[in-house]
Design a protein around this ligand. Structure first.
Ligand code: FAD
Length: 179
């Protein structure tokens, strides 16, 4: 559910937006689909490093030392995630305090549609699963912000990241730090 390494898409091809750039090398080609290991010598211009690539089911694990996503490169799973969370939390921060019924319905539709089309397949699948047991709370600005914070914290926990204090969402996403 939270793979590391290069993640393959539904067609068995390496998926950029499902993979952290640090785990991605252009030279890598998928060589096999089963659980055997392969070893490649990668002539990476920047690092000249030798990389070990291991195929694990549909996930290729690799130890690459080149971890900075160059500017103007398509987003990796981390850049896409950061940008998306920024958008989602900011949208929630500016959602109406008392939304109309139509606004609540639109927000529900938006989140449902978003969870179908988020470009990282395994991220979207996990989100859809979470949304089944924790449907979006859209009845107020605070409810939506808190729900989103909790969903983000589930992802944080699964990725081994710090849990965010949801009482601080306005400070982080709307008002800025108190002086
Ligand atoms: P991010 O997690 O991107 O957070 C950005 C900023 O938001 C933080 O700096 C912090 O200030 C603030 N923040 C952190 N937590 C919260 C919170 N709970 N509430 C409010 N604000 C908060 N990556 C994977 O590798 N596997 C996945 O399955 C996966 N699923 C994802 C699902 C979704 C819907 C999204 C949007 C992203 C997903 N990602 C996934 C990406 C991942 O969540 C991170 O965005 C990425 O790893 C970059 O992390 P980051 O440390 O820069 O901070």
């Amino acid at each position: 559910m939270y793979p590391s390494g290069i993640v393959l898409d539904k067609d068995g091809k390496p998926c950029r937006v499902c993979t952290a750039f640090k785990n991605w090398t252009k030279q890598e080609k998928k060589k096999q689909h089963d659980s055997s290991s392969i070893h490649t010598n990668s002539n990476n211009n920047k690092t000249n490093s030798t990389e070990t690539t291991e195929v694990v089911g549909s996930i290729i694990s690799t130890n690459s030392s080149d971890s900075t996503l160059p500017p103007d490169c398509p987003p990796d799973v981390e850049q896409l995630g950061r940008s998306t969370w920024t958008f989602l939390h900011t949208m929630a921060a500016y959602y109406p305090e008392v939304p109309s019924y139509a606004q609540q319905r639109s927000m529900k539709t938006f989140l449902s549609t978003f969870s179908q089309f988020y470009p990282c397949d395994h991220c979207a699948e996990h989100l859809r699963e979470e949304m089944k047991s924790k449907p979006p709370k859209v009845e107020s600005r605070w409810a939506l912000g808190k729900w989103l914070c909790e969903i983000h914290n589930i992802v944080n926990e699964n990725l081994g990241k710090e849990i965010f204090d949801c009482s601080k969402i306005d400070e982080r996403w709307k008002d800025g730090p108190k002086d």
